[in-house]
Design a protein around this ligand. Structure first.
Ligand SMILES: *[C@@H]1O[C@H](CO)[C@@H](O)[C@H](O)[C@H]1NC(C)=O
Ligand SMILES: *[C@@H]1O[C@H](CO)[C@@H](O)[C@H](O)[C@H]1NC(C)=O
Ligand SMILES: *[C@@H]1O[C@H](CO)[C@@H](O)[C@H](O)[C@H]1NC(C)=O
Ligand SMILES: *[C@@H]1O[C@H](CO)[C@@H](O)[C@H](O)[C@H]1NC(C)=O
Ligand SMILES: *[C@@H]1O[C@H](CO)[C@@H](O)[C@H](O)[C@H]1NC(C)=O
Ligand SMILES: *[C@@H]1O[C@H](CO)[C@@H](O)[C@H](O)[C@H]1NC(C)=O
Ligand SMILES: *[C@@H]1O[C@H](CO)[C@@H](O)[C@H](O)[C@H]1NC(C)=O
Ligand SMILES: CC(=O)N[C@H]1CO[C@H](CO)[C@@H](O)[C@@H]1O
Ligand SMILES: [Ca+2]
Ligand SMILES: [Ca+2]
Length: 623
């Protein structure tokens, strides 16, 4: 998703928000279906047989930047295989890898020329098989990025479609265009996400084809059952090779509105506030995103995964779907009463709603909105960064990296990290000359920084050697951050309070039964302090406290929450704390220093369900 698009969607997302009252956490249990509030039979609700992914930690690898094994300055599959033990070390269950398919790289792999082959820059199918073998040995699952909306114009399907080959004629979205006053014009006013018309004239076929992204990325025609079958076969190809599932790219763009009986589409209405006629938001995207047919498609892919598992056994295969759509649309991707969808429709609220001046009320509202809107029996997920967003340390503050890692890992459900978040990597300024991201290169030196995604895609920082240990090349595909001598894995392993060690502590804590099965309550205890309470009957209570600002705050947990034990112990502290791990404290009069974040564990186990509120039950799904 390019940033411009995100900004627009933000407006529509934000307009529907209900604000959580400042006077305390409202009594939501009537709306929270997934949270069974039943104080008489709480214990019976703990179901220890969670599926492997339901409280797992996921990690996104941007393959060009993770590890280069052959010194050409670009990361590759052998590099990833070599470093899988690192992911195991930090507690990752599965990693999703941005596209590695054969591609002319007009959009760094999001323009696929062969969905069932590996691009030589990343290696070969044999290297992929070796990666899977290694992943089984190490115990970190591999998830691939699936790019269904479009192929490259260099894909065989497109070449055949353009040549009018009968079998492929309708694989893409074609139209002869409109003739107005003797001039040929595109069929509609639809816009490309990367500026300009979404229609490109094709000289051979003498028709326009649709491209919601670059003109080198023609949209596949999902109204053609042959296209759906061909893409289902792509999923099966990788399932047979051993992947644990797919992250699905740009889902909302899969369908456009159906054409009328004459084969024509309607124009989209104008957005009056946009004057630049090449801007994606010049029109309102009512016919080109979030069409209702998209849900069927997602459910169909899930059936492909489930059928494969039924036939071949093994752990449940998973789907993560990317959609920066309004929350009522996003949660539908989970499925409905009769059809299963994605186990993890990405929760982008922390990316879309939070800024560096968000206060604790705003944080609480962001978290609770997801919990409140998630359908019954589903599992939450928490994302703070990806390859399309400025890094979380740059967006929300470098001195808040630890507290944000704490938040995504103490909340119930799945945590998803973007490579580098665990060591505190921040955006790297990239000069116009070094800029390679097409969404920036299509602009000009004065404005490219607003569009560039290069700053969040720089090489991973392994150690303080040349190119941060990423590559032995003279020049890497993007420059390495200047801070690599201090921000790197090797140094942080040896520093007890480094970002990396705090991240590792969080990931071992996630396996505690309270954090896997316990209830959750999230609230602002003051304007600056966010608190997350996790509790489970017959087990320890955990509390995360994070002070977002530079004041020193005093917190009384007994006033903030019901049923709080008298004594706690610090289980995770950061470099901002005076307290040490293992220090004990009373639950009243807790001092929280500027930007301090701590995880506390009660000294005693919970024996009563008084105030037992917001019980989170990640139910197993139907088989
Ligand atoms: C836990 O889930 C499994 C699988 O769905 C089910 O068979 C079992 O009965 C559940 N146990 C409890 C205590 O609900
Ligand atoms: C795509 O790659 C596969 C290798 O998995 C190869 O067999 C096939 O011929 C390729 N398809 C095209 C259209 O090039
Ligand atoms: C077509 O020509 C007519 C008459 O000259 C003019 O009024 C109209 O605006 C033109 N339409 C377009 C789309 O240029
Ligand atoms: C679930 O979604 C499918 C596909 O959109 C639809 O056919 C079915 O009617 C839906 N079921 C319910 C209960 O809404
Ligand atoms: C947020 O970021 C802006 C721009 O970088 C900066 O001016 C501002 O001081 C920051 N605010 C906080 C609360 O850190
Ligand atoms: C960018 O490249 C141009 C042309 O190669 C060169 O003249 C200019 O000095 C370079 N600018 C920087 C900041 O490196
Ligand atoms: C998590 O806890 C279970 C038992 O509660 C144990 O079998 C498993 O090995 C633990 N996993 C990790 C990664 O510590
Ligand atoms: C949401 C989104 O745009 N994701 C990817 C979709 O495809 C485009 C074009 O290939 C990529 O640039 C995006 O990263
Ligand atoms: Ca390489
Ligand atoms: Ca499409």
């Amino acid at each position: 998703m390019i940033k411009r698009l995100l900004l627009f969607l933000l407006v529509s997302i934000c307009s529907g928000v209900t604000v959580v009252s400042a006077g305390g956490f409202p009594n939501y249990h009537a709306h929270f279906d997934f949270i069974a509030w039943d104080k008489h039979s709480v214990a019976a609700k703990v179901n220890a047989s969670q599926k492997w992914w339901q409280s797992a930690a996921f990690y996104q690898i941007y393959p060009r930047s993770f590890k280069d094994s052959n010194g050409d300055g670009v990361g590759d599959l052998k590099g990833i295989a070599e470093q899988l033990p690192y992911l195991k070390e930090i507690g990752i269950a599965a990693t999703w890898i941005s596209p590695i398919y054969k591609s002319p790289m007009a959009d760094f792999g999001y323009d696929v020329a062969n969905f069932t082959d590996i691009d030589p820059i990343f290696g070969t199918l044999d290297d992929f098989d070796a990666l899977i073998a290694k992943s089984r040995e190490v115990g970190v699952k591999i998830i691939l990025d699936f790019v269904p909306n479009h192929s490259s114009d260099e894909h065989e399907w497109f070449k055949k479609s353009a040549a009018g080959d009968n079998d492929y004629k309708d694989f893409y979205v074609w139209h002869p265009g409109r003739v107005v006053n003797g001039t040929r014009l595109p069929p509609t006013n639809w816009m490309s996400v990367f500026r300009g018309s979404a229609w490109q004239w094709h000289e051979t076929r003498k028709e326009y084809y649709l491209h919601q992204f670059l003109s080198k990325q023609p949209d596949l025609n999902y109204r053609n059952p042959k296209v759906r079958a061909a893409m289902n076969d792509v999923l099966r190809f990788w399932l047979r090779r051993g992947v644990a599932g797919f992250r699905i790219d740009a889902v909302p763009f899969a369908f456009e509105v159906a054409p009328d009986t004459n084969g024509n589409w309607p124009d989209e209405p104008r957005n009056d506030w946009v004057v630049d006629p090449d801007d994606y938001n010049y029109v309102k995207h009512i016919y080109t995103v979030d069409q209702p047919e998209t849900l069927d498609l997602v459910y169909e892919w899930r059936r492909v995964l489930d059928e494969f598992q039924k036939a071949n056994g093994g752990d449940e295969r998973v789907m993560l779907t990317e959609a920066y759509s309004p929350i009522d649309v996003v949660v539908k991707y989970y499925g409905n009463d009769t059809a299963e969808g994605a186990q993890m429709p990405f929760n982008f609220l922390m990316i879309s709603w939070l800024s560096n001046d968000s206060d604790a009320y705003h944080f609480a509202e962001t978290v609770n909105t997801w919990l409140k809107n998630m359908p019954a029996g589903r599992t939450a997920n928490w994302v703070i960064g990806n390859h399309d967003q400025n890094r979380v340390g740059s967006r929300l503050g470098a001195d808040r990296i630890d507290m944000l890692n704490m938040l995504t890992n103490i909340l119930p459900g799945v945590s998803i990290s973007y490579y580098g978040e665990e060591i505190g990597m921040t955006d790297v300024w990239i000069s116009w000359n070094d800029t390679v991201d097409p969404s920036a290169c299509h602009t000009n030196p004065d404005i490219y920084e607003r569009f560039s995604r290069d700053p969040e895609r720089t090489p991973f920082q392994w150690n303080d050697a040349q190119n941060a240990g990423f590559s032995t090349a003279k020049k890497t595909w993007l420059p390495v951050a200047d801070d690599y001598k201090t921000v790197n894995v090797l140094r942080e392993r040896n520093d007890a309070l480094s970002h990396l060690n705090i991240y590792k502590q969080l990931h071992s804590l996630r396996n505690e039964s309270t954090l896997r099965h316990g209830s959750v309550e999230v609230k602002a205890v003051t304007q600056n302090v966010l608190a997350v309470k996790r509790m489970l009957l017959n087990d320890y209570t955990y509390v995360l406290l994070m002070n977002l600002y530079d004041s020193t705050e005093e917190v009384d947990l007994k006033r903030a929450f019901d049923n709080i034990p008298d004594e706690f112990e610090y289980v995770i502290v950061t470099g901002k704390s005076k307290a040490k791990r293992g220090d004990t404290l009373k639950s009243t009069g807790i001092q929280i220093l500027p930007k301090e974040a701590v995880v506390l564990r009660s000294a005693t186990k919970l024996t009563t369900t008084v105030g037992y509120f917001a019980y989170y039950v990640p139910k197993n799904e139907k088989n």
